[in-house]
Design a protein around this ligand. Structure first.
Ligand SMILES: CC(C)(COP(=O)(O)OP(=O)(O)OC[C@H]1O[C@@H](n2cnc3c(N)ncnc32)[C@H](O)[C@@H]1OP(=O)(O)O)[C@@H](O)C(=O)NCCC(=O)NCCS
Length: 228
């Protein structure tokens, strides 16, 4: 029997916005302004998907004890910090309210896909630094391609920092090719490489994609991907 992947994909909800901001700030430390995800989530032309898993017992216990676990929710953490040494804190702990402030699931990564004409643009993709190399980035990218197929996009395209070897390797794995350069596109003057898939409905691409998804599931377990 094939194992089940711990992470699943689903469309982002408003309640994920804070986790998305914490992932964004860790993944893109140079970002000038955090993205207003609550507003972004209302757009019709952009889809945000999150990779989530259940909280572990250790994480729940840590949140209850008031430790900063990797939910990294400032409001909860502040509340926990302040409450710890107060009578109020004891009351919260007795009532289990601190634990209840945890969101329903842990968000390990997210991505945004902007649909314009016949092209799906991957606008952002990121996994938490302490959860990298566990298949989250690949699971998200697979879901992006599947969603693009579902929307009958012709290709998937993106821009990536020339020095971002991890991301470029991930994209190359999914047959994205370098098709152009935007000179000094990023802060610090770094070039952006434009990478695009071949037509995703071509026989060759479908064969390549199916092989990759089969390999992925053999390695990380069967994954549940809800795209719409
Ligand atoms: C790029 C990123 C999303 C990859 O996420 P991840 O969860 O670590 O990715 P996965 O574990 O699913 O790895 C999938 C593939 O990506 C490539 N990859 C990921 N990390 C890599 C690394 N450090 N070095 C080389 N290749 C890497 C490999 O091809 C890997 O496949 P493999 O396991 O068969 O070798 C993650 O590094 C990240 O969030 N970076 C910061 C944000 C960012 O730069 N986003 C891209 C903006 S364009």
């Amino acid at each position: 029997m094939t194992a089940t992947n711990l992470y699943r994909i689903r469309p982002a909800e408003k309640s994920d916005a804070r986790a998305m901001n914490s992932i964004e700030s860790e993944a893109f430390p140079d970002l000038e302004r955090p993205t207003k995800f609550r507003r972004e989530l209302q757009r019709n032309d952009v889809v945000y998907l999150v990779a989530t898993r259940p909280w572990t017992k250790e994480e729940r216990d840590a949140a209850r004890r008031g430790e900063r676990s990797n939910n990294r929710q400032p409001a909860t953490a502040d509340l926990v910090g302040r409450a710890q040494h107060s009578l109020e804190g004891l009351m919260f702990q007795a009532l289990g309210l601190i634990g209840k402030n945890l969101p329903a699931e842990h968000v390990g990564g997210f991505q945004g896909i902007w649909f314009a004409l016949d092209t799906a643009h991957l606008t952002v993709i990121a996994s938490r630094p302490d959860e990298r190399r566990k298949g989250i980035g690949e699971l998200l990218l697979m879901a992006a391609v599947e969603l693009a197929m579902h929307r009958t996009s012709r290709t998937v395209t993106l821009e990536v920092r020339a020095s971002n070897e991890a991301a470029r390797a991930l994209y190359r794995k999914y047959a994205f090719q370098d098709v152009g350069v935007r000179k000094r596109y990023y802060s610090g003057g770094e070039d952006a490489i434009i990478m695009t898939t071949p037509p995703i409905w071509s026989k060759d691409y479908i064969a390549h994609f199916s092989l990759l998804t089969r390999k992925f599931e053999a390695r990380w377990g069967e994954s549940h991907r809800v795209l719409i």
